[in-house]
Ligand binder design. Structure first.
Ligand code: ADP
Length: 483
């Protein structure tokens, strides 16, 4: 029996309950039981958190970068030291496999280490002036108070990615983690406080997402909002920013195209495809989704992925032999089921899965599913599925396939598999995406800029670019005395 948690708000260095004490349930998606409650906050609490962050900004932004970075490095060490227990919290609230939660927390620690280092080498520059009697300096300064709204699919990594960059840059933060997975973010907030982060620098609110989001966008003290989530909500935030000119970073998802040419080792690519597709139950924005497989190898590829997917052990994320956990919620599972039904009606052939596993009576499970698709205009193909469904289609002409890849409004991660490196390079150049993997399934890394083109978002996380999202540039012109 796990102990039920109570998620309080973090405002100005204190863990508090909202006015009236209204609470929301948090459910374990693996067995549909309540694992705790969280504060159901709204605009008022968000405003208090923004006020606290605005008060703390002067102090935090003026701390020298070595002091700020030392706190973030300490936080990274604390995470590494207690990764086992942190992973259990994440698995319980998200349903993901324990080994995936473990890896996620280690990546979160690496994010803090990365941005602690990057902040120390983020130099401004001296610009040679056309007027010899003055110097021109371009200096980086933290933007100010930042609102960070994150999704549930990586309950630790998503918050860590934005928090670490914003804090390293010298910003203060009001964070709203997903109400579906709040306890990982709360644990991260506790770790930062333990590492020595002063009160008010990091604030956490959750509850009524729209009310909190609206307050972040309307409040003039918030200079930037960083959002990870759906395209629909991202567009709402953009509309709101038209009123206040609040800066936005948006990470809005994708529908990962994969081109597989006829010259590949089909067995190896099929194995990698299944591992990448069903990671985190397919709830990954860079997950491969639209498989364009050359007609010469399509049947062989399909047979192999169906055989591998069909053997996956479905079960609780904490189960020692589980290979596929539950989806996050009933709502998200129903959405995926709807896509599958629509695809079937449009002539899609379900090769395996497509249903809930009959052996599991509770939990939001869905069998690993492979569907052969012929209509490349349908929702299952064009929308972000965010579930354990692999869609496979075929092509004969590569240029045509690239054209079909680029028909999507999304452009986050894309993949090309071939032994011909010249073709691979050419294809990578032609595909409209923020990240392209050539013969590999993980084209992202903490030290490289992460983000998309087209409707996949605005801005970049990670890399040096990730730090610059939280900095603004100021030119200081300084006349020189004449001798
Ligand atoms: P998903 O469908 O994957 O849950 P959402 O975009 O709905 O994606 O959620 C991502 C994050 O955005 C979550 O923290 C959620 O609570 C928050 N959110 C949802 N609606 C709004 C809104 N109207 N304004 C601000 N944040 C929102």
């Amino acid at each position: 029996m796990s102990i039920k948690r109570t998620g309080r708000l973090l405002i100005g260095g204190e863990w508090v309950l909202p006015k009236g004490g209204s609470m929301l349930q948090v459910i374990n998606p693996g067995n549909e039981t309540e694992i705790g409650t969280i504060s159901n906050a709204g605009a008022e609490e968000c405003q208090l958190a923004i006020d606290a962050a605005a008060r703390a900004f002067k102090m935090w932004s003026r701390r020298n970068v070595y002091e700020r970075s030392a706190i973030l490095e300490k936080a990274a060490d604390l995470i590494r030291g207690r990764v086992e227990s942190l992973a259990k919290v994440t698995t319980e609230e998200s349903g993901k496999l324990l080994k995936e939660a473990h890896g996620e927390w280690l990546a979160a620690a690496n994010l803090f280490t990365w941005f602690a280092s990057e902040a120390k080498v983020c130099n401004g520059r001296i610009i040679p002036s056309r007027n010899p009697s003055r110097t021109l300096q371009a200096a980086y300064q933290p933007i100010g108070v930042v609102g960070v709204i994150t999704a549930w699919n990586f309950p630790a990594y998503n918050p860590a990615r934005s928090w670490s960059a914003a804090l390293a840059a010298g910003c203060t933060v009001v964070a709203k983690p997903s109400e579906l997975t709040p306890f990982s973010a709360i644990a991260l907030g506790e770790i930062l406080a333990e590492a020595g982060l002063p009160g008010g620098v990091m604030n956490i609110v959750m509850g009524d997402a729209k009310a909190i989001g609206d307050e972040m966008m309307a409040n003039k003290n918030v200079r930037k909002v960083s959002f990870t989530g759906s395209l629909a909500v991202g567009k709402q935030l953009m509309a709101a920013s038209a009123q206040t000119c609040t800066q936005l970073s948006l990470e809005l998802g994708g529908n990962g195209p994969v081109i597989i040419r006829e010259d590949v080792d089909v067995e190896a690519v099929a194995q990698g495809a299944v591992a990448a597709k069903f990671r985190n139950c397919g709830q990954v924005c860079v997950a491969p989704q639209r498989f364009f497989v050359h007609e010469k190898i399509k049947d062989e590829f399909l047979a192999k992925v169906v055989s591998l997917a069909g053997q996956m052990k479905i079960g609780l994320g904490s189960g020692a032999d589980s290979e596929l956990g539950p989806m996050i919620s009933q709502v998200h599972r129903s959405r995926v089921e709807e896509y599958v039904e629509k695809a079937k009606a449009a002539g899609g052939k379900v090769k395996c899965g497509g249903v809930r596993p009959s052996s599991l009576k509770s939990g939001y499970f869905f069998e690993p599913t492979v569907i052969e698709v012929s209509d490349q205009g349908q929702d299952l193909w064009m929308q972000e599925i965010f579930g354990p469904v692999m869609t496979v289609s075929t092509y004969s002409d590569l240029e045509n396939a690239v054209g079909l890849v680029n028909r999507s409004e999304y452009g986050l991660a894309a993949y090309i598999f071939t032994k011909d490196m010249q073709v691979a390079s050419r294809t990578a150049a032609e595909i409209e995406a923020g990240m392209v993997g050539i013969n590999e399934w993980y084209p992202q890394s903490i030290e490289a800029p992460f983000g998309g083109v087209k409707q996949s978002g605005i801005g970049r996380e990670c890399g040096s670019e990730g730090l610059h999202e939280y900095l603004q540039i100021k030119v200081i012109s300084n006349p020189l005395p004449t001798f």
